[in-house]
Design a protein around this ligand. Sequence first.
Ligand SMILES: [Zn+2]
Length: 310
Amino acid sequence: MGTRIILSFLFMSCVVCAEAVKVASLHPLLSEMARRVGGDDVVEVVNLFPANAELHSFQPSGQELMAAAGCPLLLACGKGMEPYLAALQQSVGKKTRILELGASIPDVLVPGSNVPDPHWWNSPRNMARASLVLAGALTPLLPAEQAAAIAQRQQKYAKSMEKLERTARLRLARQPAAQRALVCSHAAMCHFCAAFGWEPIPVLGIAAESQGDMASLATLLKQLRERHVTCLYTERRESPKFMQNLANSLGASIRPLIMDGIAPDFPSYEAMFLFNLDSLCPPSHHAESLSEPADKTSSSNAKKQLHHSP
Ligand SMILES: [Zn+2]
């Protein structure tokens, strides 16, 4: 009888071992990272960010938090992107560790301010760095024999980010130095610009819905005219009227970028990043042979969506 109980216990233990560890995530790009680093059979990712929600106003509902119940790990962007994290920790309880992956990334300040840009994912190097932190958090949650596989998948992920960085460096360097200014609607591309030696000129604040400072409009126009800016960038799914008016005043065009990383129709980080790269350096403006596209579909997708006239 005793032997039977012990065998039953061992069997149950093995079943538990075989179950995937649930990891919740507050951003689709972190969800994708967790799937790629953790592996489908080992980690079950619970993506709490609904398709088409707005990043800067999103807060998980009670229903979404139910889905995260019992997750030992919950991934957040950090850097102030989720001001509700203290309350969230109380809701999910102490057994769930909230890991702010952005905490491992050096700050890049929004120009003319002391405010760090929280959109750290716009640099592939930052994603590689965050994936190492994620692997370190996942490993103790899994059976010891999974450690090597996690390390291997993290290295593969980091290499894909390094490849993307090399591709971007080659393509962006072809832009004349005087034109390496990224005039965007909200302050979301500072990490990108820091990585590739461009100058970020955010017109609005951190969030796209921030109001433009009309008092400094004349100064801004003067600055952009002096820089011979011919193109402004807005979040792909938005086109603030302020930016349209600015583009009209300058005789500039408007192109889309996926700055908040929310793009349910793009299957991977690589696809999203290459969409942005195509928008910044349209394929007709560079030698295709220089690019190392990780996902060739992104280029054609970008072409379809680039021509957003104001
Ligand atoms: Zn944003």
